[in-house]
Design a protein around this ligand. Structure first.
Ligand code: ADP
Length: 274
């Protein structure tokens, strides 16, 4: 029988009670955008970073939270692997890069090459801590870069984040990637996060010699996935070796700025999530 008086202050069960009323997490964040993919290597982190930079260029206050504990790529994309986040009285302070407030587990570890070997509950605790203890300030959008698939990190973040949420699902055009993305979309339905749409990445290859776009994988996969899920196909990003070089060098914002096709497509994604 519940003995809850509804008054949490001074209650002996405070901290252990399911009825307890919590301070809302991310109360100064207007919207969370969850960037998901079924498989690794399809460009999810690249799309998450490009989206954050694009939104910042549009004048929005933007945060980027790298929740990919096993393979945090964001510090590499922004060339800040050598920097560490600091703590203040208000909480952990994000790094400021290209107008984006960046938080990544990679910016907290002593040794970036050390593998994270955590069971589910530890990962869930870490997600909660990052959401609770980072001093994000006021944000229009918090972009979250999730690990591939539908594991503990994605589930906890979806359950814990109480501001408005929307998801962007990143895929490559071939069937093996699409099949896993259908699971991601089903995951979003189950956790009641609306899907803003699909981004098809590596949608053709831009030849550095002739500048033409050639199909690399099968064509039309993103469109089929979007039609099946009744969500928009937001963008088709070509695989561009010059952009890849920029990303590898930690110059994603510069790579984005000089690539009219990718930045144009990302502007459509940004408009859609807003
Ligand atoms: P994921 O987060 O899905 O594992 P990443 O974003 O880390 O994938 O991308 C994998 C690799 O592909 C990275 O080297 C990245 O720079 C590269 N990449 C992603 N998208 C593109 C693109 N459109 N053009 C060129 N390289 C890309």
């Amino acid at each position: 029988m519940s003995t809850c008086s509804g008054n949490c202050e001074g209650c002996a069960s405070k901290g252990n009670c399911s009825e307890e009323k919590h301070e809302p997490l991310l109360k100064n964040v207007k919207k969370a955008v969850l960037v998901l993919s079924g498989k690794g290597g399809v460009g999810k982190s690249t799309v998450a970073a490009s989206l954050a930079v694009t939104l910042a260029k549009m004048g929005k206050k933007v945060g980027l939270l790298d929740v990919d504990f096993h393979g945090p790529s964001q510090p590499t994309l922004f060339n800040v692997t050598h920097l560490r986040m600091c703590g203040t009285e208000q909480g952990m302070e994000p790094l400021e890069v290209a107008g984006v407030k960046l938080v990544s587990i990679g910016l907290l570890l002593d040794d970036p090459d050390r593998a994270i070997i955590w069971r589910g509950p530890v990962k869930m605790g870490a997600v909660k801590q990052l959401l609770e203890e980072v001093d994000w300030g006021d944000l229009d959008v918090l972009v979250l870069d999730f690990p591939p698939g539908t594991g503990d990190e994605s589930l906890s973040a979806c359950q814990l984040i109480d501001c408005e949420k929307t998801a962007v699902v990143v895929t490559t055009p071939q069937e093996v990637a699409l099949a896993d993305c259908r699971k991601c979309i089903d995951f979003c339905h189950q956790v009641k996060v609306p899907v803003a749409g699909i981004v098809e990445n590596m949608s053709g290859f831009v030849c550095p010699d002739c500048g033409h776009r050639h199909p690399l994988f099968s064509q039309g996969g993103g469109a089929r996935l979007a039609a099946g899920a009744k969500v928009p196909l937001l963008a088709q990003l070509p695989l561009d070796p010059l952009f890849l070089q920029r990303c590898d060098a930690g110059e994603l914002p510069e790579g984005l700025a000089e690539n009219a096709v990718i930045s144009g497509e990302m502007a459509r994604v940004a408009e859609a999530v807003l």
